[in-house]
Design a protein around this ligand. Structure first.
Ligand SMILES: O=C(O)CCC(=O)C(=O)O
Length: 262
């Protein structure tokens, strides 16, 4: 359960960290499940330097679904997104997606039209993350207008090979590096500007995504553009016996039909 201070921190800065929400035994078990999923998908055990990115991820096994509705995650999400929130899928990633040690400054849901529709990503890193060694860096408050709009040049440049961000290398942009240890859960607004520098080796994370229930055509247009998979949730969630899991995908057929009509 989030305190009023944590809710305030999330609203103002765009992120919070749930420190040591999970114990070492739980993280070890999650790592083992993750290895099994990656191995099954790749057809071999991932090498230490190999990149593997699977989405959906937790949905692939009945025994990993529990994390999605675990009180330590689910209750904070209800507090931030409302009781009628929706599920937006999970990811399981090892290694570095771009085979580069950085992921330059960007927002997952960029642009002023996105700021009124809250979507949240929770990062659970299975290895310690430090500022120059792959920790998620965030620009606190950059999910809010007009700061968000001022950073639009970052979004335009983040795919370039060697971009400058207002004249500085990405690694020198003023920011907060969210250093984490296994067991921490980093919760961030997907309109927040973030980046990673110093990714190396077997960097593993599980990500969980939740969103406020869409209530307008603009929300549906945004889902179609950025996360169309949200509208076709995994069968294991749809058919689940759990009221929490089923509740998060309830009405999805209607939402998908409305989205298709737009
Ligand atoms: O690799 C990471 O830790 C974060 C990746 C990222 O930037 C994202 O999920 O949008």
């Amino acid at each position: 359960m989030l305190t009023e201070d944590q809710i305030h921190h999330f609203r103002v800065f765009g992120f919070i960290v749930l420190r040591q929400a999970f114990d070492a035994g739980e993280i070890d078990a999650l790592g083992r499940y993750a290895d099994e999923i990656w191995t099954a998908e790749l057809g071999h055990t991932p090498d230490a330097e190999e990149h593997v990115s699977i989405a959906p991820f937790l949905e692939l096994r009945p025994d990993t679904l529990a994390l999605i509705e675990d009180d330590r995650i689910y209750t904070p999400m209800v507090q931030l997104l409302g009781q009628d929130m929706i599920w937006s899928g999970s990811e399981g990633v090892q290694g570095t997606m771009t085979r580069r040690s950085y992921h330059h400054w960007h927002a997952d849901r960029p642009g002023p039209q996105e700021l009124g529709y809250l979507r949240i990503k929770i990062m659970m890193y299975l290895d310690p993350m430090r500022k120059d060694g792959g920790a998620l860096r965030v620009i606190p408050g950059s999910h809010r207008s007009p700061f968000h709009e001022e950073l639009a040049p970052f979004q335009q440049r983040h795919g370039l090979d060697d971009p400058a961000f207002f004249g500085s290398p990405g690694s020198e942009v003023p920011c907060h590096a969210v250093e984490t240890d296994p067991g921490d859960a980093l919760v961030f607004n997907q309109s927040l500007y973030h980046a990673v520098y110093g990714k190396a080796g077997r960097r593993r994370y599980i990500a969980l995504k939740y969103a406020a229930r869409p209530t307008s055509d603009a929300h549906l247009v945004s889902i179609k553009r950025f996360s169309p998979y949200t509208l076709t949730p995994h069968e294991r969630i749809v058919q689940s016996d759990s009221p929490r899991l089923r509740g998060m995908v309830e009405g999805m057929d209607d939402l998908r039909a409305s989205a298709q009509a737009l």
